[in-house]
Design a protein around this ligand. Structure first.
Ligand SMILES: Nc1nc2c(ncn2[C@@H]2O[C@H](COP(=O)(O)OP(=O)(O)OP(=O)(O)O)[C@@H](O)[C@H]2O)c(=O)[nH]1
Ligand SMILES: [Zn+2]
Length: 361
C-alpha cells in the first residue's frame, strides 16, 4: 500500500527555499496555472536546457534591475524578459547580477513579456520572493508547466511564497561561556526546524526576568564583527554593547543570523562592489533588487520572550528596532544610544543611515 506523506505549508516553503538554493526547480501554482521556477543565480547550463525543452523561458527580474538594463516593464515592480534562444547560462547570470555590469556590459537588447492576463506575473513575483528568502539575488527563470508534478519536485501555492513569516524558534541548548568582559557569560542557541538560520543569545550575569533587561539586537556582520572592517560600525558596537552589559552586571545580546541586513554575505559583498562604483548603502541594496533593510526583527522578540523577558532597555540608534519590538508585544522602557566606531571610512555610511534610514546620531 502507498502511504502518502503530506508536507505542511511550512515544510513545503522550507523545501522550496532549499531547492532554490541548490538550483532545483520549484513548481509554483496559482489559480490552476503552474510554472517551474529556478533561481537565476544557481541555474546551470543543463537546467536551462531542461527548461527550454518545456517551453519559452523567461527571466523575472525586479523593475529596478530592468531599468538599468533598459528592458521594458509591464508589471509594476516586476520585469520579465525573454531568454533568447542562443543565450547561455552566463547570459542569465550576468543579466541577473548588477555586480557583473562592468565586466560584461553588453547583454541587450531585451525583449519583455507583456503584462498578460492571468497568474503569470504573480508566479514570477513569488519566485523572486522565494529567491530572496533563500538569500539569492531576486532573479528567476520561469517556464509554464502543465500536467502532473514532476517527480521529486515540490509544488507550492504562490500565495505562500508571497507571505513569508519568520519560522517559530526554539532554544536548542545553552552553556556557560566565560567572556573577557564578564566571566558570567552564557550562550543560548536558537533554531527553527524550518530554517537553516541559527540565532544566538549571549546572556551576561543573571538579569531578573521581571524587570526591563539591557538588551541589544545585533545583526551578524562578518566583515565588521570578525575582520574589523572599517566600512561599518558593527564591530565596535558589538564590543561596546557587551562591555556595557558587563559594567551593569547583566544584559542580553542577541546575535542574529541576519548578515547584511538580511540579504546574506554574498549579496552584501555584491552591494559593496556597487558601493565601490559610487552608490551608497541604500542605493546599492535597491540596485540588487532588495529593500534597504530585509531583516525581520520578530525573530529577536521571539527569543527575548522565550528567555522570559517582556520588557527591554534597548541599546540601539535605530528607531525601527524600537518600533518593531513594540509591535511584537515587547515593552521598550528606554532606548540606550550606542554611538561608537566612527572613522574616515564609515563616516559617509553612517551619514546615509541617519539621512535615509532614520538612525539617530
Ligand atoms: N546590505 C548591507 N548591509 C550592511 C552594510 N553595512 C553593514 N551592513 C549590515 O548591517 C547590519 C547592521 O545594521 P546597522 O544598520 O549597522 O545597524 P542597526 O543594527 O540597524 O542599528 P543599530 O542598533 O543602531 O546598530 C549588519 O547585518 C551588517 O552586516 C551595507 O553596506 N549593505
Ligand atoms: Zn557591519
Amino acid at each position: 500500500m502507498n502511504h502518502p506523506i503530506d508536507l505542511s505549508n511550512g515544510e513545503r516553503l522550507a523545501r522550496a527555499r532549499a531547492d532554490m538554493r541548490i538550483g532545483v526547480p520549484v513548481l509554483l501554482s496559482h489559480e490552476g496555472q503552474d510554472a517551474l521556477a529556478v533561481a537565476a543565480e544557481t541555474a546551470t547550463a543543463r537546467r536551462l536546457q531542461e527548461l527550454r525543452a518545456m517551453g519559452e523561458v523567461a527571466l523575472a527580474i525586479t523593475a529596478r534591475r530592468a531599468e538599468t538594463l533598459r528592458a521594458r516593464v509591464y508589471d509594476g515592480d516586476l520585469g520579465r524578459v525573454r531568454v533568447p534562444s542562443d543565450a547561455d547560462v552566463t547570459w542569465v547570470h550576468a543579466t541577473a547580477d548588477p555586480a557583473e555590469d562592468l565586466a560584461q556590459p553588453m547583454k541587450g537588447p531585451f525583449s519583455s513579456l507583456r503584462g498578460e492576463e492571468g497568474p503569470a506575473p504573480l508566479l514570477a513575483r513569488a519566485a523572486l520572493r522565494l529567491a530572496k528568502s533563500a538569500r539569492l539575488l531576486p532573479a528567476a527563470l520561469l517556464v509554464p508547466h502543465t500536467g502532473p508534478v514532476p517527480e521529486g519536485l515540490v509544488r507550492l501555492p504562490a500565495s505562500l511564497a508571497l507571505d513569508i513569516h519568520p519560522a517559530p524558534l526554539a532554544e536548542l541548548v545553552s552553556a556557560r561561556v566565560p567572556l573577557a568582559v564578564s566571566q558570567a557569560g552564557r550562550v543560548h542557541v536558537f533554531r527553527s526546524p524550518l530554517d537553516e538560520a541559527e540565532h544566538v543569545a549571549v546572556e551576561i550575569g543573571s538579569p531578573p526576568r521581571d524587570r526591563p533587561v539591557l538588551a541589544r539586537l545585533h545583526s551578524a556582520c562578518f566583515t565588521g564583527d570578525l575582520l574589523g572592517s572599517l566600512k561599518c560600525d558593527c564591530g565596535p558596537q558589538l564590543h561596546a554593547a557587551l562591555a556595557r552589559m558587563a559594567e551593569d552586571g547583566a544584559g542580553v545580546l542577541l546575535y542574529l543570523d541576519q548578515e547584511g541586513r538580511g540579504i546574506g554575505l554574498a549579496n552584501k559583498m555584491r552591494a559593496y562592489s556597487l558601493q565601490d562604483q559610487g552608490f551608497d548603502t541604500v542605493e546599492a541594496n535597491h540596485r540588487l533588487g532588495f529593500e534597504d533593510d530585509e531583516r525581520d526583527f520578530r525573530v529577536g522578540a521571539q527569543m527575548l520572550r522565550a528567555l522570559g523577558f517582556s520588557a527591554v532597555r534597548l541599546l540601539t540608534n535605530n528607531p525601527r528596532k524600537v518600533a518593531r519590538m513594540e509591535e511584537a508585544g515587547l515593552r521598550v522602557t528606554e532606548r540606550v544610544p550606542l554611538q561608537v566606531g566612527l572613522n574616515d571610512h564609515n563616516a559617509a555610511y553612517l551619514a546615509t543611515k541617519a539621512a535615509k534610514s532614520g538612525h539617530l546620531l
